[in-house]
Structure formats: structure tokens, C-alpha cells
Design a protein around this ligand. Structure first.
Ligand SMILES: Nc1ncnc2c1ncn2[C@@H]1O[C@H](COP(=O)(O)OP(=O)(O)OP(=O)(O)O)[C@@H](O)[C@H]1O
Ligand SMILES: [Mg+2]
Length: 155
């Protein structure tokens, strides 16, 4: 699925739309694309739409920021850019996070073989104007998510 994100507002709309059809059970979304492609921007809109009222800082230095969403769902936003060694993920109880939380992970490639197949990969790239988003579902859960997604249109 390809979506043109002509400006920042469109990136936010897509983040919100993804939140609307978000599974109520643990999920894994990889946010891929170059530095500055808009991954954190999209994640912030997603988390806000899920009801996070606190600030949503980029986890660039903390690597992981966790947000309780409901009794059943906690979502963590990770940025693994500064991860030196995939083994460091053990300190975060990474396997436990995968089993029990919704995860949005920027720079997932840094996790190496510790990362299982994502439900959804959201790839952002620089485009004529703004960005282009290419999303792919890699599991049944991810496919249902995309099937239910109401693709936003530019205002
Ligand atoms: N569709 C868009 N068009 C133009 N600018 C955008 C768009 N979406 C996001 N941006 C802008 O891109 C900039 C970088 O965004 P962001 O910090 O989310 O990138 P990132 O992919 O998380 O980068 P990093 O890999 O460094 O974490 C921000 O200023 C954001 O407002
Ligand atoms: Mg980022």
C-alpha cells in the first residue's frame, strides 16, 4: 500500500488512522526509512490518537518510551539507532515486551536476529513533495489492520 504524504499534517493523519484500526492485543510495527523521514512524527500522532496526553518525546537517547493505553494495552515506542549491540535489548526485557505490548520500533534493523516478523512495516521515504509511505502487512494481524485502515486523503 502506497500513500503520498504531501506534508507533515498528512503524516499525522496516517498515524491517527493507523491508531483507529490498531489491534487491542500486542503488535509489532517497524518504522523504517532514513534519518528525518518522519517516523517519530507518525509515531507521535499514533500515540496521541490512542489517548496519550503526556508529551511524546523521541526515544533517540532513552531507546524506549512506554505508554499505558488501557487495561489491556501498553505501547512502547523504541528507537534503536543508538543501539551498539543487539544484546543490549536483553536489558529491556525485549522478549517480554514483544509478548505483552504493542511496539513501534524505529531502526529495527539494529535489533538483528532478535526481531521477529513485524505485523506491519511502515516505510517512509523522501518524495517530490513531502514523503511517500509504503506499508506492508507481514502477518494476518497486520493484514487485518490494513484492511480496516481508512486511508486519509490530503485536505
Ligand atoms: N510528509 C511530510 N512532509 C514533509 N515533512 C515531514 C513529513 N512528515 C514528517 N515531516 C518532517 O520531517 C522531520 C523529521 O521527522 P522525524 O523526526 O519524525 O523523522 P524520523 O524518521 O523519526 O528521523 P530519525 O531517524 O532521526 O529518528 C520533522 O520535521 C517532520 O515534521
Ligand atoms: Mg525518529
Amino acid at each position: 500500500m502506497r500513500i503520498e504524504l504531501v506534508d507533515e499534517a498528512m503524516t499525522r493523519k496516517l498515524g491517527k488512522a493507523l491508531a483507529k484500526s490498531c489491534p487491542k492485543s500486542p503488535f509489532l510495527v517497524t518504522l523504517t526509512g532514513h534519518l528525518g523521514a518522519g517516523k517519530s512524527h507518525l509515531a507521535r500522532a499514533f500515540l496521541k490518537k490512542l489517548g496519550v496526553t503526556d508529551a511524546v518525546p523521541s526515544p533517540t537517547y532513552t531507546l524506549c518510551e512506554t505508554y499505558p493505553i488501557s487495561k489491556k494495552l501498553t505501547v512502547s515506542h523504541m528507537d534503536l539507532y543508538r543501539l551498539e549491540d543487539p544484546e543490549e535489548l536483553e536489558y529491556f526485557g525485549f522478549r517480554d515486551l514483544l509478548d505483552h505490548q504493542g511496539l513501534l520500533i524505529e531502526w529495527p534493523e539494529r535489533a538483528g536476529p532478535l526481531l521477529p516478523t513485524a505485523d506491519l512495516d511502515v516505510h517512509l521515504m523522501w518524495h517530490d513533495v513531502g514523503r511517500l509511505c509504503v506499508m506492508s502487512a507481514q502477518t494476518k494481524k497486520g493484514q487485518r489492520w490494513l484492511d480496516e485502515l481508512k486511508v486519509p486523503s490530503a485536505a
